[in-house]
Design a protein around this ligand. Structure first.
Ligand SMILES: [Cu+2]
Length: 492
């Protein structure tokens, strides 16, 4: 582990201060039987996520669970019921873990929508506390977006209606109640929203759900010695990091694949951890989609980084790897995330078109001046946007519906150097114009709703809202969001 020496002194001071001011927390942690590495993770978290607590290797003893595709409520129309509920889940053999889920005990189903669909979703809250239903990446009116103003009380329900106006993409949904998002997501509330369109159906990309088109939701967690999720004990103001990886809620997962092209729809559903994905064989894979749609051309990559809430669709060609033995998806620390068991079955024939989309930056978008500036700053519970913390009664920006504006997102470093903040805007898919004045990397030349912003980096994006309403923009380190690193834009 590489520790930046200049930070160590400050970090020690911080640890001492937090130890003095909050000694009850460490007692609580010990009482809950949390493992030692957790403590070091917390200390490291205060410095930088560059030195995040290492993930335990997946033993590959459990086949990856695939979220169920949620059936519609009726034959006619696109109507779904999504219920937030409590449950008990056997994550570890023979042990029940208390969890939250949508339409089940843990995590959620996949809802499939088609561009042009008129959709009705009945949302029901069966939790003991308020929640909201936020549709991450969906271009939807502000009052249906499920931000912190749209609370659904325990036992109550709310119906939203919208038309799908955006292209094929992998979106997701999760709660967004003020100050409680991180805990509710941590305990299991997250589901998938797939959008299809004529373009995505025409392509020969692997598209058999659960066979060669696989959702892969990465979430790191800490478990107590009783194998429970204890958010309060493990919580880190700078973003809660765990040593145990769950993929689609599966601990120690493996994925059995045929010798064919397999599309993995990667979602970083963690509260705070960044992932850099690689194949341990050194083989490359191709990225075919960003958060909000297909890339124009497939982009070959040896590694890919996703910050919290970002998605990417990649295709691994298991028929043409340099080896078929012990192939696994690993992270930047070489922790084994997802081992693959490659069968001899040749699967189905699918391809990767050379031209998949017609995404472009217009001359107008390239030449417009910056009209909105967002400065991300701070750490732990002292995080701000433009020097302010979230106030539900304050509108920070206004923008006209259908009008493109250029936003500049700046991550202002602090005395310790700062950290990456994943920046997300609700209700829109936007385009990256530049990173520090340079064209974005090829695999970011597509629709985005969340971007990583490095310390001292300035990212220019072209933002347009198709609908009206009040929307959040915020850091997607969920603890930063809950600590007020969030603002509001009113689209008129
Ligand atoms: Cu942040």
């Amino acid at each position: 582990m590489q520790i930046k020496l200049k930070f160590v002194g400050i970090a020690i001071v911080l640890v001492v201060i937090s130890g003095c001011s909050n000694s009850s927390q460490s007692h609580e942690m010990m009482d809950h039987g949390l493992k030692d590495p957790n403590m070091s993770g917390m200390m490291e978290g205060h410095m930088s996520h560059d030195e995040a607590l290492k993930l335990t290797h997946s033993t590959g003893e459990n086949e990856l669970k695939i979220p169920l595709e949620l059936p519609r409520d009726t034959e006619e129309g696109v109507t779904y019921t999504v219920k937030a509920q409590k449950g008990k889940t056997e994550i570890f053999n023979g042990i029940e873990t208390n969890t939250l889920g949508y339409n089940g005990a843990f995590l959620g189903p996949m809802l499939r929508l088609e561009k042009g669909d008129k959709v009705k979703i009945r949302t029901i809250n069966e939790l003991d506390e308020e929640t909201t239903f936020h549709w991450h990446g969906l271009e939807i009116a502000g009052d249906a977006d499920g931000g912190p103003h749209s609370t659904v009380k325990p036992g109550e329900e709310k119906i939203i209606e919208f038309k799908v106006t955006q292209e094929a993409s992998t979106l997701w949904f999760h709660p967004h109640p003020e100050g409680k998002t991180s805990e509710q997501v941590y305990n299991g509330l997250a589901g998938l929203l797939y959008i299809e369109d004529a373009n995505s159906r025409n392509h020969t990309l692997p598209n058999i759900y659960g066979e060669n088109d696989i959702p892969v939701i990465f979430q790191d967690r800490n478990f107590t010695s009783e194998k429970q999720l204890d958010y309060k004990a493990t919580m880190n103001e700078d973003g809660t990091i765990g040593d145990t990886l769950l993929i689609n809620g599966t601990v120690n997962p493996k994925l059995t694949v045929n010798k064919e092209k397999v599309r993995l729809r990667l979602l970083n559903g963690s509260n705070a951890r960044n992932f850099t994905f690689k194949l341990n064989s050194g083989d490359s894979f191709v990225q075919v989609a960003t958060d909000g749609g297909l890339l124009n051309k497939p982009v070959p990559l040896k590694e890919l980084t996703l910050t919290p809430s970002e998605r990417a669709e990649i295709i691994i060609d298991f028929a043409h790897l340099s080896t078929i033995d012990d192939v696994a998806l690993i992270d930047e620390e070489d922790s084994v995330l997802l081992p693959f068991e490659i069968s001899n079955d040749r699967g189905v024939e699918s391809g990767i078109p050379t031209q998949m989309n017609d995404f472009s930056l217009t001359e107008e978008e390239m030449s417009l001046p910056v009209s909105k500036k967002v400065e991300l700053f701070g750490m732990m519970d002292m995080v701000t946007i433009n020097g302010k913390k979230f106030d539900p009664n304050r509108i920070d920006f206004t923008q006209q519906q259908g009008v493109t504006e250029i936003w500049e997102i700046y991550n202002k470093p602090d005395m310790m150097g700062g950290m990456i903040h994943p920046f997300h805007i609700h209700g829109t898919q936007f385009k990256i114009i530049s990173r520090d004045g340079n064209a974005p990397p090829e695999n970011e030349r597509g629709w985005k709703d969340s971007i990583s912003v490095k310390p001292d980096e300035k990212v220019k994006i072209a933002v347009q809202f198709k609908n009206k309403g009040v929307y959040m923009f915020h850091c997607h380190i969920l603890e930063h969001e809950d600590n007020g690193m969030m603002g509001q834009i009113k689209v008129e």
